[in-house]
Design a protein around this ligand. Sequence first.
Ligand code: PLP
Length: 415
Amino acid sequence: YDELAAFDPDIAGVLLSELERLRGGLQLIASENMSSPAVLTALGSTLSNKYAEGYPGRRYYGGCSEVDKAENLAIERCKDLFDADHANVQPHSGASANQAVYGAFLSPGDTILGMALPMGGHLTHGTKVSFSGKWFNAVHYGVDKRSEDIDYDQVAELAREHKPKVILAGGSAIPRLIDFEFFRNLADEIGAIFWVDAAHFIGLVAGKAIPSPVPYADVVTFTTHKVLRGPRSGALVCKAEHAAKLDKAVFPMMQGGPQMHTIAAKAVNFKECATPEYAAYVNAVIANAQALAAGLDAHGIRPTTGGTDTHLSLHDLQAVGVTGADAEARADAAGIVLNKNAIPFDPAKPNVASGIRVGTPSVTTQGMGPEQMKTIADLIATAVTKGDADPDNAVSKEVRAQVHELVGQFPAYPR
Ligand code: PLP
């Protein structure tokens, strides 16, 4: 750090002020976490310098003996962690891992069946603004109006009608467990590939807190930086029969040189995930998410589906008469970072939205428990229903002071 500070005080200042931002507020973005100093050390290493196109033992560059060791460790640890036939740890991100699935199994114009973005899916699941919706014919299912959980009848109907080549389960705002067996049987019935995008919940699977999609799916893609708590990146695991196809789709079809520093950091993270401490952590993440959802519910900020089985909950703000956008801005002014989110059948535009999404990976990493979740729910409710987007507003100031007091007891990256 000293060398950086001497040469580039501007960027050194950003690094420090970001750390202060993390320490000074409540981080409730469901897709974020705080990776360990061990992971960050591997990320900031000389492995970043190395070109290593290809795979271990089959590189297009010399000098790969050391990075081969890192990638082999990452692959073996990933396979062990998820009990998978094959792992590819090179995708640069969740979106890159998803591209590889399209590359391996689909040609432009082919049909895919996935969850609609406004119902909880992801951009890369066939939305019009993404390559996936521009180049492929995406058919989308949603959630049931009453249960607000995946509408399995609709999934089956659409699959039988459209005969997609690939059926996709997973998304960014699904609070409940997914019935993988249902999807597997349906894919078998119509002769489709079954793909799970487990970006959000793979960490819970790694800690054995929820059922794994790996025995059911042909391929499982994921990010490594959400509950999993690794570096910002992606990976995939698959059945042996698809290994060669998916490897070729990652490189050379979709990517160039792998980021060897990030792959080393993924290896560190997979080792962390195999520990009893990590298993305890993910169980605490879920208990906290349930406590936070119940706490908000008590203030009339209703969790969709009635609660959560995972690390996140989605809340409907219509009963308290606040938009998602206003809630996000008011919480932010009070030192609480969360995001506005469309709720199922949302009457509002996506950039306004009627809901918020909250998640507990970061606050659980900081050591907070259900008691703190109740306090956080109270603080969110006050900020959202009585506060203002102006940080100088009296309510913003008062809530922010309480947030500071709370995070002071559970510091992020303790000194
Ligand atoms: N898939 C899902 C379900 C996600 O939630 C996300 C990101 O939030 C992605 C894919 C994309 O991951 P990345 O941002 O690493 O490209």
